[in-house]
Design a protein around this ligand. Structure first.
Ligand SMILES: Cc1ncc(COP(=O)(O)O)c(C=O)c1O
Length: 386
């Protein structure tokens, strides 16, 4: 190889640690995007995605784009110009969704909470009027480390004949995501968070109500590339698979391997491990003076957002962690910039060893006592008494 990336312990907001098995899959020889071997792998990948999303949706596939393309695709296909769309906004990704809705010619109706808080589901429900066409919710708000409840929205959406559209980029495979049970009509995610594949793919799924809206549109989606009816011709059309674009073959190898790892662990066991990892790290960091930012019960298990203690310089601590310890954690954006750190608890990062490395490094850089933090970490991971 002509270059060598530095070894990094990725414990930020994504990308996350990519296991060797996934890197090996990525490095396998490229085959054609209609090769029978690849077609079989596409089918397996779609099945594994269905299991992870907890959906039976036939239209389930990885879009050839990062997570942002999932957002664009969802809006391009299932929102029409002039639609009234209720949108939950309590962080950066809710803001982006609003922006994307405006660009699509929709009329976004914002239901807001301050950054760092979940939005009351009743408040969202009461914004859904009979003329509402869709409701957009970010399940895992990565900018603040908050998990937004979705359960309880679908009845109101169905009464209004509105679609429920969900961003689960950061929550997928780390916290219960029960799309069919929750009545979600379409959702997207990203390959680089809790699935531990490299960035570049957006797992995507759409149910019958969403596809019906697509079929009944007054005009086709403005985006040719993200027109789902064209993409489905390649990912599972009735007349066989037809060329749409050249799929990123090796990235799909990587995603398939990452999803096999999820399936081997078991999705529910994986949720449980992330919950435990979140709480163990939370306890350890509290001993170093870093308190969690979101209140109890509103936290996103995959991302621990903590408040910086007074007098601690954001950029210099993160810089030292990266250059001297090879560890990446994330700062914050918007109103939280310089005030909150975001620490990934994603897939391979949600384990005792990487967390211990972080705790040791942080205690050194912050000049805080290590032992109580390590004790809290180990207690958090210790098996529960029988
Ligand atoms: C909640 C959420 N939505 C959308 C995105 C966009 O994903 P990508 O950066 O892969 O385009 C991200 C990325 O961090 C995210 O956290």
């Amino acid at each position: 190889m002509s270059f060598e990336p530095p070894p990094r312990l990725l414990l930020g907001s994504g990308p996350s640690l990519v296991p060797q098995r996934v890197r090996d899959a990525l490095a396998q020889p490229t085959v054609g995007h209609l090769d029978p071997f690849f077609v079989e792998l596409m089918e397996e990948t779609a099945d594994l995605l269905r299991a992870t999303f907890r959906t039976e949706n036939a239209a389930t596939l990885p879009l050839s784009s990062p997570g942002s393309g999932g957002m664009d695709a969802m809006i391009a296909n299932f929102v029409e110009p002039g639609d009234r769309v209720v949108v939950a906004v309590n962080g950066l990704f809710g803001e982006r969704t609003t922006d994307a809705l405006r660009r699509a010619g929709a009329e976004p109706v914002r239901v807001e909470a301050e950054w760092g808080r979940a939005i009351d589901v009743d408040e969202l429900r009461s914004a859904i009027t009979p003329d509402t066409d869709a409701v957009c919710v970010v399940h895992g708000e990565t900018s603040t480390g908050v998990c937004q409840p979705i359960e309880g929205l679908s009845d109101a959406c169905r009464d209004a004949e509105a679609l429920l559209l969900v961003d689960c980029v950061t929550s997928l495979s780390s916290q219960p995501v029960l799309l069919d049970e929750w009545g979600v009509d379409a959702a997207f995610s990203g390959s680089q968070k809790c699935l531990n594949a490299p960035p570049g793919l957006a797992p995507f799924t759409a149910g019958e109500r969403a596809l019906e809206k697509l079929r009944g549109r007054a005009s086709p989606p403005r985006s040719w590339f993200f027109d789902l009816s064209l993409i489905l011709g390649y990912w599972g059309g009735e007349g066989g698979r037809v060329y749409h674009h050249t799929a990123p073959v090796n990235m799909i190898y990587a995603l398939a391997e990452a999803l096999r790892i999820v399936a081997e662990e078991g999705v529910e066991q994986r949720w449980e491990r992330h919950h435990r990892a979140h709480e163990a790290l939370r306890g350890a960091l509290a001993q170093l003076g870093l308190e969690r930012f979101p209140p109890d019960g509103e936290e996103l298990w995959a991302l621990l957002a903590v408040k910086l203690p007074d007098g601690v310089d954001d950029a210099s601590v993160r810089g030292t962690l990266l250059t001297e310890h090879g560890i990446e954690i994330a700062g914050s954006l918007g109103p939280l910039a310089g005030k909150v750190w975001r620490i990934g608890v994603m897939g391979e990062g949600a384990r005792p060893e990487p967390q211990e490395r972080l705790v040791r490094a942080l205690s050194q850089v912050l000049g805080r006592e290590l032992e109580p933090a390590l004790e809290a970490l180990h207690a958090g991971w210790a098996p529960a008494p029988a």
